[in-house]
Every structure is written in structure tokens, then in C-alpha cells.
Ligand binder design. Structure first.
Ligand SMILES: [Zn+2]
Length: 247
């Protein structure tokens, strides 16, 4: 039995059972977590306990250091034929199409984005990976433009912030920014976060329309609007690592 799903912190999480395994085995990669366990415990392993998760994150931090010190060592492919990525408004998945030759098509239907690929497509090829990222980014941008400005303006009205304009980018280095003219820029990759984290980023940028810095006053204001701020910020930091590799 094998389950694969997308997790914002770990990327692809692959859980498989081995009837003959007596131990739980975690294989930590930068963009992937593979968990092998006896069938009887498989369903109890996810979500991970805080303790296990922390140990694994430390391992990944080490792995990342190693990869960086080796120079431009290629990152492991992020998309595989079994990858499923859940975004806020749609799910991305892959399907083979025997009629295609070395090409792809994509279709979105009922909140499922299916990327059809030819049987001869090489998923390990970096160009292939780039195509998949472009497809995902394309649809994330469309959805981000539909969702984020409305959500931001709702909060702005609720808390009496004034916003000049909202722009959507495909920035991977930061989730959002706000300039002195009260123009807020938001990354379309926000759409890959759980909604409470998206809201945290939106409130953060809105607070910048009054406080341009990260002063105590800024955080006092933000914590008033987002009481879960400290816990959520920790979660957000972990996820950022994954998205940044997409540059
Ligand atoms: Zn800020």
C-alpha cells in the first residue's frame, strides 16, 4: 500500500507499508519525505508528532547545507507522475496520455488541474520540471488574482486600513510586500498555503500600510488582529524553504 500527497512543509510525502518491516523508516530529502512502516502503524504516522517533525527538519537542514556546499548539485525532481499538489482552490495531478509524443497538455475541471504527459516524457529532466512549474504557476496566478485581492480588501474594510492597489507576482523570496504608497504585492504561491497562513500574510502587509517597519508597535498591532501570530509565523518559516527552491 502506498499513499502520496503534498504537504506544504515537506513537499511530496510518500507513505508506504512493508509487511516485513518492523521499524519505521524516514527518508528525508529536501523536497520529499518518504516514510516506510509496518502496515499496522501506517495510518497513525501522519501528521507527525512535534518531536519527530523537529528531528526530521534538523536532518533536512543538514541535507540542505550539504547540497549547497556541493555547489549546484541538482535538486531532486519536485514533480513525479504520482505527485498531487493541493492548493487553496484546486488540486494538481498528473495523468499519462498515450496519444501524445514528448509533450503535455493541461486541463482544469471541477477544481482539478490535470497535466497529461506523453509516455516518453522524462520527469527527471530539468526542462520537464520547469514546464510543470510554469503550468502550476500559471493557474496559481489566475486563482490568486481571483482570491487574494478580495480577501485583502475584506480585511482592510474590517480593520480600517487603506490600500491603494494590490498586485500579484510570482515572487518566491517573499510572500508579500507593501510600499510607501500603500501598494501591496502578493506572491501567487500564497495559494499553496493553508488559509490561516494566507490570512496572516495579508494582515501582516495591511499593518505595513500604517507601520512601514517591523517595530514593536508594528507587532503589537499585528498581534491584536492575528492572535495566533507567533505559532503561525513558525509554520510559515518552515514552508518558505520549500517554495524558494522554485526560483
Ligand atoms: Zn513585514
Amino acid at each position: 500500500m502506498k499513499k502520496t500527497f503534498y504537504d506544504p512543509v515537506w513537499g511530496t510525502v510518500e507513505m508506504c507499508s512493508r509487511s516485513n518491516s518492523r521499524l519505521i523508516y524516514y527518508d528525508v530529502r529536501i523536497d520529499k519525505l518518504r516514510i516506510v512502516s509496518p502496515q499496522s502503524v501506517l495510518n497513525r504516522l501522519w501528521p507527525l508528532t512535534k518531536e519527530i517533525e523537529q528531528n526530521l527538519l534538523a536532518k533536512r537542514a543538514e541535507l540542505k547545507k550539504k547540497v549547497t556546499s556541493q555547489g549546484n548539485a541538482p535538486l531532486k525532481a519536485a514533480f513525479t507522475p504520482t505527485t498531487q499538489i493541493q492548493t487553496l482552490t484546486f488540486q494538481m495531478q498528473f495523468a499519462i496520455d498515450e496519444r501524445l509524443h514528448n509533450s503535455f497538455t493541461a486541463r482544469i475541471e471541477k477544481q482539478i488541474l490535470t497535466v497529461y504527459y506523453a509516455p516518453d516524457v522524462d520527469f527527471d529532466n530539468p526542462d520537464t520540471q520547469r514546464v510543470f512549474k510554469r503550468v502550476l504557476t500559471h493557474f496559481l496566478k489566475i486563482e490568486a488574482k481571483r482570491y487574494l485581492p478580495t480577501r485583502l480588501r475584506k480585511f482592510a474594510a474590517e480593520h480600517q486600513f487603506s490600500v491603494k492597489d494590490v498586485k500579484i507576482s510570482s515572487a518566491v523570496q517573499r510572500w508579500g510586500s507593501c510600499n510607501a504608497n500603500k501598494v501591496i504585492n502578493l506572491s501567487c504561491y500564497l495559494m499553496m498555503l493553508p488559509s490561516e497562513l494566507i490570512d496572516l500574510v495579508l494582515l501582516h502587509e495591511l499593518c505595513h500600510t500604517v507601520e512601514m517597519n517591523h517595530s514593536d508597535h508594528f507587532y503589537a498591532l499585528l498581534r491584536k488582529l492575528a492572535p495566533q501570530h507567533d505559532r503561525l509565523t513558525g509554520e510559515l518559516k518552515n514552508i518558505s524553504l520549500n517554495i524558494r527552491q522554485w526560483q
